[in-house]
Design a protein around this ligand. Structure first.
Ligand code: IPM
Ligand code: MG
Length: 357
């Protein structure tokens, strides 16, 4: 029987409850499709800080490195905001991305017809939206050096460095070309080349690559314009290729096209090591433990893991179909509610998904 080793990182806030739902579904789906998933649950984020003082303990990192794929729920809680930066949950996430060389973050944004009314945008604007944000994840201003805070005469000065090398730009752009080729063959590369040198290099490198990939159409937008175009006419986008910081911002914005950030999955990939699959949303500590969280982004992240990381395509299809079916039936968590729908909690929507598989 095919066997896959999965590290599970439930993390903080609503993390554990959405993990439980997802794990049960994965057990069912693996049995049904004739493979075995071996789960290894590890500490990460705030829960790891509470137990070990570190957001990414060595044991967790080693387990992730040895796995076939990592499934992460969410991390973070305001109670850690006063810790030194290197001890905060978010730093653990950045370290995990860096140590596993997860330079390619893929965030698909697809409007499900059943959720059109849940968006804050008009149905006519978002109908048919199907785009992917390809975000560079291990470089740019998130990791650039020098960075820090220093004392100066008049107080303090703080600084970060936005930096990219040609190689870093080329490897993420190549991922975008590859993805575009299996879709509508259009890439919009987003930068701020009218102001930033780092963005000019980004644009130059993407242009060079586009000469070698003439089957894919390339256009460039400045990030401010891209942010505006995303809500003006999101259907114009197929693959959006961008840097770490711009991708962070644009992917949250794009997420809201779907009605709820609670719907969006993501994959963070390296060249050949295990990927990390996680919902785009955060740990939502304000609703943790209330059984009202929407687990669908994590379930859809698990589907991405099955498809991309484990090559279990049929199982991935059937998990995604189960999500569509439950939504079509009008079964919703609170964040997606509208008239004529039935509101259920996190556990209950999990049971409905089990029935739909
Ligand atoms: C994301 C998150 C993270 C990021 C935070 C939690 C560090 O916002 O994955 O988009 O900024 O990358
Ligand atoms: Mg973000």
């Amino acid at each position: 029987m095919r066997k896959h080793h999965i590290v599970i990182l439930p993390g903080d806030g609503i993390g554990p409850e959405i993990t439980e739902v997802t794990k049960e579904l994965l057990e069912i789906i693996s049995q049904k499709h004739g493979f075995q998933l071996i789960f290894d649950e590890q500490l990460f984020g705030g829960s790891a800080i509470d137990f070990t003082g570190e957001p990414l303990p060595d044991k967790t990192l080693e387990a992730c490195k040895k796995s076939d794929a990592v499934l992460l729920a969410a991390i973070g809680n305001p109670k850690y905001d006063s810790l030194p930066r290197d001890k905060r949950p978010e730093t653990g996430l950045l370290e995990l991305r860096a140590k596993l060389d997860l330079f390619a973050n893929i965030r698909p944004i697809k409007i499900l017809p059943s959720l059109i009314e849940s968006s804050s945008l008009k149905a006519e604007v978002i109908k048919g939206v199907d785009l992917i944000v390809v975000r560079e994840l291990t470089g740019g201003i998130y990791f650039g050096k020098p960075k820090g805070r220093i004392e100066i005469d008049s107080g303090e000065r703080a600084f970060n460095t936005m930096t990219y090398s040609s190689n870093e730009i080329q490897r993420i752009a190549e991922i975008a070309f590859e993805l575009a080729r299996n879709r509508n063959r259009r890439i919009c590369s987003v930068d701020k080349a009218n102001v930033l040198d780092v963005s000019q290099l980004w644009r130059d490198e993407v242009e060079k690559l586009s000469k070698k990939n003439e089957d894919v159409e390339i256009n460039h937008l400045y990030v401010d314009n891209a942010a505006m175009q995303l809500i003006r006419n999101p259907r114009q986008f197929d693959v959006i290729l961008t840097s770490n910081l711009f991708g962070d911002i644009l992917s949250d914005e794009a997420a809201m096209l779907t009605g709820s950030i609670g719907m969006l999955p993501s994959a963070s990939l390296s060249i050949d090591g295990p990927g990390v699959y996680e919902p785009v949303h955060g740990s939502a500590p304000d609703i943790a433990g209330l059984d009202i969280a929407n687990p669908l982004a994590m379930v859809l992240s698990a589907a991405m893991m099955l498809r991309i990381g484990l090559k279990e395509t049929k199982a991935a299809d059937s998990l995604e179909q189960a999500v569509n079916k439950v939504l079509d039936e009008g079964i919703r968590t609170r964040d997606l509610m509208n008239n004529d729908c039935v509101e259920v909690g996190c556990r209950k929507i999990g049971k409905e998904l089990q029935k739909a598989i």
